[in-house]
Design a protein around this ligand. Structure first.
Ligand code: DUC
Ligand code: ZN
Ligand code: ZN
Length: 490
């Protein structure tokens, strides 16, 4: 009997810390051996001349997610994970999003039904908490955390999602007690609404004014406030989709003070600018997301945040809303104003190729840092390591072969999602995934998606290593004495 189901031979393995030539033996979907001249395999995959990387983890994407306005993402778990796999991503962590009044447990069951039997990659769920009642924080959330939903996103903006500071503190304190990770969308809600009203009053309702309403200063203020609230409760927190220097500075400063504050950024903040919203007709809506892409100078600061360690993870924030058709951005926004357009851009498939091409190939980003940002850190951040995010004996055989010389022009036709546009149309990438294995099965080869039935599994997350449960009392803050006795006091 063959010792391995498959052996990947002759490739150069790259992880977050190492780079070396070796073969990989796969058995029952798991990496069973790494070594020289492995034989005894039923199938051999020739990786000569290719880099062999861990599959990517996209830890921020919206799949089959209805918004409270009724808009629904164009990708379901079938098309979303198909597209992910073709771009070198082998695990996704989308959201199970609570609308106010809903039971969190019911929401989670609903999203499981959406994913079951459809996903081609493994998946976990973050929760979105929009209604932190006593029942939710006291009963549902602790039980769900024990069942493997160990991270949740909260919002400081959007009418239907926004929490006030007091609610944020309640959520952070619950997360601290249970050892969960909190992700936060940090933009000042009142500022955005006030600016939007002023802009609309003066007839400025076209897509570029979205970026004016979502001012960088509003992102900075909310980031500062969120960090302050996390500091008061002494709870780790990840600021998601960071777009602007002002917010990056807040995160850098918090890290320098020793706080467990983490940062995430996305392709749209490296490769798009607010200027893209300035296109003919309503076309600018194709580039609208929140926070919005900024300017060239801010792009440089985002790059700098990636190379200098301010950012811990690089995610897509894939929020695929169609442009055309009855439910499209154009129909909803044209003649009604930028504030009516669903916020979000697609990016699941091009997240890693774009960063590889413009970061690694240009010498701007160390390849180990690339793997760390796209694969290893998301696994560690969300309690999936070492099963996911690296190439090691015992880890799942989620592996991607990269051809570093392959040049591809991005077009919507080439991509595998359900969208009708890509904001990156015409952009040329050098370095592209040529083969993807999920759980030891080849699902993508040379531009073709080759899987049939979705075999992706739900993977419950452990408690994140950065956020072990810290008990009932709040370290550094003694509510009984009513005074701050924090770590930074002399
Ligand atoms: N902003 C969000 O907060 N979520 C989805 C996409 C977006 O642009
Ligand atoms: Zn968000
Ligand atoms: Zn998002």
């Amino acid at each position: 009997m063959a010792s391995f189901d498959k052996v990947i031979t002759g490739g150069e393995i790259v992880t977050a810390s190492d780079r070396y030539f070796a073969d990989i033996g796969i058995k029952d979907g798991v990496i069973a051996a790494i070594g020289r001249d492995l034989d005894g395999a039923a199938e051999v995959i020739d990786a000569a001349g290719k880099l062999v990387l861990p599959g990517g983890i996209d830890s921020h994407c919206h799949i089959d997610q209805p918004s409270s306005s009724g808009a629904i993402t164009a990708d379901d778990f079938e098309s979303g994970t198909r597209s992910a796999a073709c771009g070198g991503t082998t695990m996704i962590i989308p959201f199970a999003a609570q609308h106010r009044g809903q039971s969190l447990r019911a929401v989670v069951q609903d999203y499981h039904a959406r994913a079951e039997g459809k996903a081609h990659t493994d998946y976990a769920f973050h929760l979105i908490i929009s209604d932190p009642t006593d029942q939710v924080l006291g009963q549902e959330l602790p039980a769900l955390i024990k069942d493997g939903y160990t991270s949740f996103k909260i919002y400081l903006t959007y009418d239907s999602l926004k929490l006030d500071d007091r609610q944020v503190l309640d959520v952070l304190a619950t997360a601290r007690r249970e050892g969960a990770m909190v992700m936060i969308h940090a933009e000042n809600h009142d500022v955005i609404n006030w600016l939007t009203e002023r802009l609309l009053e003066s007839g400025h309702d076209a897509p570029p004014f979205h970026a004016v309403a979502h001012a960088a200063a509003a992102e900075r203020e909310a980031t500062h406030r969120a960090i302050t609230l996390a500091e008061i409760v002494d709870q780790p927190m990840l600021v998601v989709h960071v777009s602007a220097k002002a917010a990056i500075d807040e995160i850098r400063e918090a890290k320098a003070r020793g706080l467990k504050i983490y940062g995430e950024t996305c392709p749209q903040y490296l490769f798009l600018t607010a200027h893209d919203m300035d296109r003919e007709g309503f076309e600018g809506a194709k580039y609208m997301c929140s926070p919005p892409p900024r300017d060239k100078a801010n792009q440089e600061h985002v790059w700098n945040g990636l190379t200098s360690g301010v950012f811990d993870v690089f995610s897509s924030d894939h929020a695929p809303y169609l442009y055309s058709g009855d439910e499209g951005k154009a129909q909803h926004g044209h003649g009604c104003g930028f504030h009516r357009v669903a916020n979000g851009v697609p990016g699941l498939e091009i997240r890693m190729p774009l960063l590889f091409s413009e970061g690694v190939r240009t010498g701007r980003l160390d390849i180990h840092r690339f793997v760390d940002l796209c694969c290893t850190r998301p696994a560690r951040m969300y309690g999936l390591s070492p099963r996911k995010g690296t190439i090691a004996v015992g880890s799942d055989a989620d592996i991607v072969l990269w051809d570093t010389e392959k040049t591809v022009t991005i077009t919507q036709e080439l991509l595998h999602d359900n969208m009708d546009y890509t904001p990156y149309e015409g952009r040329v990438c050098t370095g592209w995934p040529v083969l993807t294995l999920t759980g030891g099965e080849v699902v993508y080869r040379d531009g073709e998606f080759v899987a049939r039935k979705g075999k992706g599994r739900f993977i419950p997350c452990d408690l994140p290593e950065t956020a072990k449960p810290l008990g009932q009392s709040i370290h550094g803050f003694n509510p009984a004495e009513g005074r701050y006795a924090g770590r930074y006091e002399a």
